[in-house]
Design a protein around this ligand. Sequence first.
Ligand code: GSH
Length: 235
Amino acid sequence: MSEPLKLIGSFGSPVVHRAEVALLLKGVPYEFIQQDLANKSELLLKHNPVHKKVPVLLHGDRPAVCESLVIIEYVDEAFDGPPLLPSDPFARASACFWARFVNEKCRRSVWMALWTDGQVQASSAREAAENLKLLEGQLPEGKRFFGGDTIGFLDIAMGGIAHWLGVFEEMAGARLLTEEDRPLDRPLLCKWARDYKADDIVRQCLPERGRVLAELTARKDRYVSIAMTMAAKNS
Ligand SMILES: N[C@@H](CCC(=O)N[C@@H](CS)C(=O)NCC(=O)O)C(=O)O
């Protein structure tokens, strides 16, 4: 009998979504343990004492696997099913590079463009647009996904751009990726986002937009405060 898999996560989190998509694509059953991030459980603190964040994957009696991108890599290697990362070493390194780019440089610029104002907002919006353009350039020509004909590691890493960015744009009253909004529009990236969200497996764990909007709107002040602190540190 296979060992139990448990995913500690929370509703509406783009990084938890990454772990769920990876597990669903591999076809491995798992138990979802809902975490209240305002009142973190002993289970979360025990298994992710370093960051105290979700997602956390528990596989049998092994120590926990933390960090969404690491979880995708682990799931890919630990289970049979369609590969998530390319087997070719260069293509694999490239997918890892761009996934880190999404997590770090791109995420930061988008965050600052959404939640700051004035000069910082304007320069961050330009940087975010550049970063989204760079990502768009990684789509293989004639293919629907960064992974080619099927969803792969980079597509999963970019799930937040596909589903959550539009929600954040609505909350912030900013436009970073929307198709109508020239010259920042990215038609290929927008098409990719539509295809990603329409995928049967992805849809199984894509949180309902209205509920995401409601839950994240309640945290808007916190987002603004984090972005302002980041801006102050950089000035
Ligand atoms: N780099 C981490 C980010 C994890 C993360 O930020 N998780 C959020 C949920 S979206 C969290 O647990 N936040 C709780 C907190 O910040 O206290 C990953 O990719 O897994």
